[in-house]
Design a protein around this ligand. Structure first.
Ligand code: FPP
Length: 245
């Protein structure tokens, strides 16, 4: 398939659960953290390709609320890797006019990570070629819990009345507010789970599971997922006949 064909019917919002870093390293007899370092290479390749294809929104699950239960050493390495990657990729974000956004419970992240994220988010806020969102210290249930608390507070203070709560009010209070619905969700490494990712925004996402471990995932694998997505019929509850009509 040539690039121009691939570009025809792309997801507006692509989300990826980058899984398999640990297994990649273990398979090679290496420490798990080596897998994360190689995961950054895959991340660079996929972001670059998404820019080439002009995908508007790319969201990556980089660290879940459950990942805080991992060994302290691994968490420490991941945090440092994140900051180093933000620094090394900063110029590329500016050159490609990529806006960085972060979703999740930021308060839980170490200060040096929060500071770096705040800096890159503020420096890229006016970029408009692509929105790259990192889900960090993110959990879908935590997001919904936080959303409910914020809305309940407004109800308590008579800012919103319960009858006015609808899907758009919920949308406005999510960490992921401003992002469109996810069109395609890719998970690597052969696992077929959602793992608490973007629960509200994936309601009608097409799901694609790749056997490839994240550090080995490259642009050809991304193309395969996109071609598969393009063959799907997205009915959103309607019948095929209605769609044709
Ligand atoms: C899942 O693999 C991956 C993660 C928990 C972290 C993802 C991180 C990166 C791709 C690199 C660093 C991130 C940024 C944003 C610079 P796993 O460890 O769960 O793999 P396993 O299931 O094989 O153990």
């Amino acid at each position: 398939m040539i690039m121009s064909d691939l570009k025809n019917d792309l997801p507006k919002h692509l989300a990826i659960i980058m899984d398999g870093n640990g297994r990649w390293a273990e398979n090679k007899g290496k420490n798990r953290v080596k897998g994360h370092a190689h995961g950054v290479r895959a991340l660079q390749e996929v972001v670059e390709e998404a820019v080439q294809l002009k995908i508007e929104y790319l969201t990556l699950y980089a660290f879940s609320t459950e990942n805080w239960n991992r060994p302290q050493e691994e968490i420490g390495v991941l945090m440092k890797l994140l900051v180093n990657t933000l620094r090394s990729e900063f110029e590329k974000l500016l050159e490609n006019r990529i806006k960085l956004k972060v979703v999740g419970n930021m308060d839980q992240l170490p200060n040096f990570v929060q500071e770096e994220l705040r800096y890159v988010v503020s420096q890229t806020q006016n970029n408009n070629e692509m929105t790259l969102t990192l889900a960090l210290s993110y959990g879908g249930r935590e997001e919904l819990t936080n959303t409910l608390k914020k809305i309940a507070e407004k109800v308590k203070n008579n800012i919103i009345s319960p009858e006015d709560i609808d899907e758009s009010v919920i949308n406005e209070h999510l960490y992921t507010r401003g992002l469109p619905e996810v069109d395609l969700l890719i998970r690597t490494s052969g696992e077929k789970r959602i793992s608490n990712f973007m629960l509200w925004k994936i309601a009608y996402a097409e799901l694609y599971f790749s056997e490839v471990l994240w550090p080995d995932f490259g642009k050809e694998d991304l193309h395969k997922a996109l071609i598969c997505y393009q063959k799907r019929e997205r009915r959103f509850g309607k019948t095929s006949k209605q769609l044709i009509g």
